[in-house]
Structure formats: C-alpha cells, structure tokens
Design a protein around this ligand. Structure first.
Ligand code: NDP
Length: 457
C-alpha cells in the first residue's frame, strides 16, 4: 500500500476523536496523534470542568434559597481543593473513555506531537517516527490568547482559563479581562464560590453577538448579585508586588487582586505544525482556511474544529467531523450547515439562544414580530431571590416562521436545546401556539406568549 494510513488525524479533541472513530469504524486505517490527553479543550480545560465548576458555584445561592422553603442551613464552608481534586478525577476518567473509544474503533494512537514534513508525511516528534497518510485531518484546536495587547506589560503575571482550572489557592479577589463566554462564565463561577470579582470589558455591553435584551438582563443581574462589571476599560499594565497583583486601567484605576485572568479570545493551534511544508494556507489569526466541506487548499488535507476559527463550539467540531467522514467515504458531499446552532453562556442564570437575534434578523432583511415575556419563576416566589426570567421569540412577520429563540433564566440551556429542534425544523409561531403547555414550568412560556410585544421595522 502506498501510505501507512488512509487517514491521519492531528489532535485528539472532540473533532479529531470523532473523525478518527468514524473513519476507523468504516474500516479505514487510521492514525491519531495527541500530545497532551484525549478529549481536548472541552474535556480537559473547557466545557466539562467548567460545567462542574458552575454546579459548584450554584450551591451558594441554593443554600440561601432554601431558607424560604423552611430549611435552616448550618454555616457553610467551601473547599476549593476538594472541588479541583474531584474535578481532576472525573476528567481523568473521561480522558480514559475517550482514548478507549478510539482504540475500540480500531485507530492507532500516538501520544506525541505530529508535524508535517510534506503534504503526505508527518513527523512524530517524541518517537522520531515518520508516517505517511493518504488523507490528513488537522484538528489541533485552539488556546487562550495570552496577551494584554501590544505594549501592555504584565501578561506573564496573568492566568487564562487553562490555569484557572488548576489553581492551588482559591483567589479571594480576581480581575477578569474580556466580555465573552469565558469571562462571563468564570466571573459567575468565582463569584458564586466566594471571590470578589471585577470584570473589565473594553466595550459597551458584554456578550457581543447575543440578543441585546438578554445582554441587558444579564448585565443587570451581574450588578445585582455583586459582580463588579466595569465597561469601556482596557488594562494598561499588570504589576506584581508582594503577594498581590495590581491592575492599572486606562481610566486610572488601580485594582488589587490575587489573580488576573485573561479571557480575551482563543487562537488556533497552528504554530510549528509545518503547515507551510504541506502548502496549507492559513488566515490572519493562523487559522487553517477551509471550504464548506472542511477542505483546505491542499485537496487531501482537511481541518475541523477550533483550528479553523469558524464556530468555536464542541458540538460543531463533532458535527464537522461527521460531515467530513460522510463526504470522504459515503460518497455524499456533506457541507456543514451553521444555521440555527444553539449556544449558551453558563452564567448564573444562563443565557441560551438559537437562531437569529432581533438585530441579525433585521439586518438580514426580515420584517419581524417579537414576543417577549418577563416573569418571576415560581421557585423564586418563595426563595425571595430577585430574579426575573426573560423569554423572547423573534418571528418573521410574513411567513410567521420562528427565526430565533432567546432565553435568560435558570435552565435556559436545557430549554433552548429542545426549542432548537423546532427552530431547525422551521416551526412557525402557530406551531408553538398549538403545543400544549407543560405546567408548571418556565419553559411553558415559549408556547403561551400569545400577544405580540412589537413589530419591526
Ligand atoms: P470570545 O470571543 O467569546 O470573547 C472574547 C472577549 O474578549 C470579547 O469580549 C472581546 O471583546 C474581548 N477581547 C478580545 N480582544 C481583546 C483585547 N485585545 N483586549 C481586551 N478585550 C479583548 O472568547 P472567549 O475567550 O470568551 O471564548 C472563546 C470561544 O470559546 C468562544 O467564542 C466560544 O465559541 C467558545 N466557548 C464556548 C462556551 C460555551 O459554549 N458555553 C464557553 C466558553 C468558550 P469584543 O466583544 O469587543 O471583541
């Protein structure tokens, strides 16, 4: 045979693992290289440990809420090291499962880094082996950006989400820079666990890309629960003195903290991969450029997941892997469809959405009807917690198709995952109306909003 492998996958994250398994299960000879651990960002330093931390952070409020229901909770104590140790145990278990699944499917694993020597040859850097492959898939993911911007000193004193999962000491005071998913989620995690949190964001409103109303709801909620949200701020420098860090902002504030966390985006992992030796084109951020079938400019080299800087979401990488293996081996060119991908920010409460925001729908030329409901969930009538959920449907005025569903509230992600089926199927407002409510739930609001709030333009 001309090549050692039919497919060689670089990277054992969600996308790479799925692609290698799908190919091996089709009887292909598959090799996969992973230099750190199976599962990638999602399993090791992303979604899964983050969600475990989110659960941990929620308990504080739950203990408080219990009082309204007659419970007396004795004095509470939180032990960070127990949480980290238990999380590490679970992550190790998941890594094993990922590795086992790859092996069971019949792929050969190389626990080392792979770099291109040419378009069909890879160098395995630990063993020094060279392997050849007919097809190569780049699925190396991304890493947190570790800079405060040009000329800004002190990034070496800061952590990113990578380190936040393994801190030896719980930070009593933390400054987080950024206004995206990671900044907002970690602000809530650390706040819920007892830190004094300051979030510095350069813009006017956090969570760019989400529906404005929900962004406003979350911003108000953050102020209410005591996360210090400072807008229109950039960091000028970070200094370390004694045991503390000092953050100097462009508005002249000096904020003292135990940790400063950068959550200012993630960059594709393409450095040192040898892509240039294979002739693979990359973009301005170093991302591998691909078409809708995840093909690079080199016909037999593909890329999926965060390294392509399309939608940086685990289920999207998995979906891209499924589409790619169908394209390659089922004689069905399967382009990736990025419409109506549901997403959530695991703040407390959460924001979740599928489809178009009000602004995006208008930009796309739709005339829209908006249905909105703001209400106090039943649980909080007794807990006394000052929380109002917000549900919003964006509907095309002409076709009555539901273009977007946006929820701010507890369990928003669970609710929107299910609503996403209806939105993806092209459900109309009348389909929502014709669905009998499941009572008493918060989700029932989605099928009981009968009165239009407003129309635009
Ligand atoms: P995001 O792209 O979501 O947010 C980056 C934030 O950093 C933005 O607020 C951005 O501001 C700000 N920023 C960018 N550059 C600078 C700079 N030089 N100085 C100051 N601020 C800056 O990235 P994250 O790191 O939060 O997350 C990366 C990706 O990972 C997300 O986009 C998401 O796809 C994925 N993710 C998904 C999660 C989920 O599904 N729950 C959870 C975590 C991550 P501005 O808006 O002004 O550009």
């Amino acid at each position: 045979m001309k090549y050692d492998f039919d497919l060689f996958v670089i990277g054992g994250g969600s996308g790479g693992v799925r692609a290698s398994r799908m190919a091996a299960l089709r009887g292909k000879r598959v090799g996969i290289a992973e230099e750190y651990g199976f599962g990638g960002t999602c399993v090791i330093r992303g979604c899964i440990p983050k969600k475990l931390f989110v659960y941990a952070a929620q308990f504080g409020e739950d203990f408080e809420d219990a009082a309204g229901f007659g419970w007396t909770v004795p004095e509470r104590q939180f032990d960070w090291n127990t949480l980290v140790a238990n999380k590490n145990k679970e992550i190790a278990r998941l890594e094993d499962i990922y590795r086992e699944n790859v092996l069971k499917a019949g792929a050969e694993i190389f626990m080392e880094r792979a770099e291109f020597l040419d378009a069909h040859t890879l160098h395995l850097t630990k063993s020094g082996r060279k392997v050849t492959a007919e097809h190569v898939l780049v699925a190396t993911g991304g890493s947190p950006v570790r800079t405060l911007g040009p000329g800004v000193a002190g990034a070496e004193h800061c952590i990113t989400s990578n380190e936040a999962f393994y801190l030896r000491e719980f930070p009593r005071r933390i400054v987080i820079a950024g206004g995206g998913y990671i900044a907002v989620e970690f602000a809530h995690i650390f706040h819920g666990l007892g830190s004094d949190v300051t979030l510095l964001y350069r813009g006017e409103k956090i969570l760019r890309g989400f529906d404005d109303d929900l962004r406003d709801c979350l911003t108000a909620s953050m102020h209410r629960i005591g996360i210090r949200l400072v807008l229109h701020r950039n960091i000028r420098r970070v200094d370390k003195k004694g045991g503390s860090l000092f953050v100097d902002t462009d508005h002249g504030e000096m904020i003292e903290a135990d940790q400063v966390m950068l959550a200012v985006g993630r960059a594709p992992n393409t450095k040192g991969l040898g892509l240039e030796k294979a002739g693979v084109q990359t973009g301005a951020k170093g991302e591998v450029k691909v078409d809708r079938l995840s093909r690079t400019n080199v016909p037999h080299i593909y890329a999926i997941g965060d390294v392509t800087d399309r939608l940086q979401l685990t289920p999207v990488a998995i979906y891209e892997a499924m589409c790619l293996t169908a394209t390659l081996w089922d004689a069905t060119p399967t382009p990736v469809d990025y419409a109506n991908v549901p997403t959530a920010v695991f703040s407390r409460p959460e924001i979740a959405a599928v489809g178009l925001t009000e602004a995006r729908a208008l930009e796309a030329g739709h005339a829209i009807d908006v249905y909105q409901s703001t209400f106090r969930p039943l649980k909080h009538t007794l807990s006394g917690r000052d929380h109002r959920a917000r549900f919003k449907l964006v509907v095309d005025s002409t076709t009555q198709r539901v273009l977007g569903c946006h929820v701010f509230g507890f369990d928003a992600a669970e609710i929107v995952q299910v609503a996403a089926v209806a939105v993806k199927m092209g459900a109309r407002k009348s389909d929502f109306d014709a669905t009998v409510a499941l009572h008493p739930t918060a989700a029932e609001e989605l099928v009981t909003m009968r009165t239009k709030s407003y129309s635009k333009p």
